[in-house]
Design a protein around this ligand. Structure first.
Ligand code: PMP
Ligand code: GLN
Length: 389
């Protein structure tokens, strides 16, 4: 038989699915795959339920329901002062995952170079490779996940079409600073390149830190597309509603990609997210405050269990160095071991690097803290008991 596509046939199952399955098999608490263990806001779900019954339930407009596109434009203005034309500059997608694919397919040609900052979310790489573009990586330096500006500058060439920038960043919890964003912006101008900005954790940023969309910097509105996710902003990861904001000259081809990837997204959930994006500032601040408190609970619990805990300033995730526990294997081995023996699942950080990358850290595990406080406490207790053995 003839081989299928070389990129996809060469891939394994994503680490999130692998670890969730292992957690289920062993009855472990799942602090691996990132999803909240509550049901999301009642009022947002009530709007969806009503819209599902009342209809319409046929194909919504290809770029998204006007109400949601207007709400995305209004949120851009409210949170970041961005002036966005909802008809030309906003697209609704089936999750940020589709949004990323649409952007990469629409912007890259075979032979172009795309810069990824490692550790990088696992869906970026295969899509870039599938369109025939070349990946150039720049690795952050743990434990503070410093961006090496000299190496970043060296990664840009005349073939660089875009950089993929994820801030706040999964898995590190890094929130890129204004100085780092200024440096990236200068490189984009110098090399006439674009940025695909994965900002799904835009509202999950903790005290002392601020999310700055690269798009808000001088000259960047024409070069950036920014991606949001209702999954993260409303704790409704199963709904798969994402949205892209960008300049018309980039949104036009991105909408063409979208029309043949999914064409459109379920209408009832779009109506509900349009309502959700209009909620008071207190909703968004409350979400961040609640997650910050959970971060603090898990950070303290992991420290108490003996881990060296890395700083995290946003997202659902915290990373911890397990070497002080006396575990000498790899991060994959560690995550399997705690899933089976401590009955707590986590994600090995090396999953966010190219396979066999020599520079990938092998001593860090990512734990997800968007869980009930009692679950976080129980996880820490189990890990402490495991560490003592
Ligand atoms: N980007 C990052 C960095 C993520 O962590 C996720 C989480 N799933 C996604 C994109 C995909 O978001 P969605 O669930 O909206 O497709
Ligand atoms: N983004 C989630 C995480 O990093 C997982 C999403 C998925 O399973 N595809 O854990």
């Amino acid at each position: 038989m003839r081989p299928a596509n070389h990129v996809f046939s060469g891939l394994g199952t994503t680490i999130f699915t692998v670890m969730s399955a292992l957690a289920a098999e062993h009855g472990a608490i799942n602090l691996g795959q990132g999803f909240p263990d509550d049901e999301g806001p009642d009022d947002v779900r009530a709007v969806a339920a009503k819209a599902l019954i009342d209809g319409p339930n046929q194909y919504p407009p290809m770029p998204g329901l006007p109400a949601l596109r207007q709400a995305v434009a209004a949120a851009n203005k409210r949170f970041y002062g961005l002036d966005v034309d909802w008809q030309k500059q906003v697209l609704v997608t089936s999750g940020a995952t589709e949004a990323l694919n649409d952007c990469l397919m629409a912007l890259l040609n075979p032979g172009d170079e795309a810069i990824l900052i490692e550790p990088a979310y696992d869906s970026y790489k295969p899509v870039i490779e599938a369109v025939g573009a070349k990946i150039v990586t720049v690795a952050l330096e743990p434990p503070h996940w410093t961006l090496p500006l000299d190496r970043l500058a060296a990664a840009f060439t005349s073939k660089t079409k875009l950089i993929l920038l994820n801030t706040p960043m999964n898995p590190t919890g890094k929130v890129f600073t204004r100085a780092e964003l200024d440096a990236i912006a200068a490189l984009l101008v110098k090399h006439d390149a674009y940025a695909v900005c994965d900002e799904v954790y835009e509202h999950l940023v903790f005290s002392g830190h601020k999310h700055i969309p690269l798009m808000t910097l001088p000259g960047m509105a024409e070069r950036c597309v920014r991606i949001g996710s209702a999954g993260k902003t409303f704790s409704l990861t199963g709904w798969k509603i994402g949205y892209i904001t960008g300049p018309e000259h980039l949104m036009t081809p991105i909408m063409k990609a979208h029309q043949f990837v999914t064409f459109t997204t379920a209408p009832a959930t779009q109506t509900a997210i349009a309502f959700g994006l209009g909620k008071d500032d207190s909703y968004f601040a409350g979400l961040a405050a609640s997650l910050e408190a959970k971060r603090d609970i898990l950070a303290a619990g992991l420290k108490d269990a003996g881990f060296d805990v890395l700083p995290t300033n946003g997202t659902y995730f915290i990373s911890a160095d397990f070497r002080p526990l006396g575990f000498n294997g790899t991060d994959e081995e560690f995550c399997r071991d705690i899933t089976i023996k401590a009955k707590v699942a986590a994600i090995p950080l090396s999953a966010f690097y190219a396979p066999n990358a020599a520079h990938a850290p092998r001593h860090l595990a990512r734990f997800c803290f968007c869980k009930q406080d009692a679950i976080l406490a129980e996880s820490s207790a189990r890990l402490k008991a495991y560490a003592k053995k």
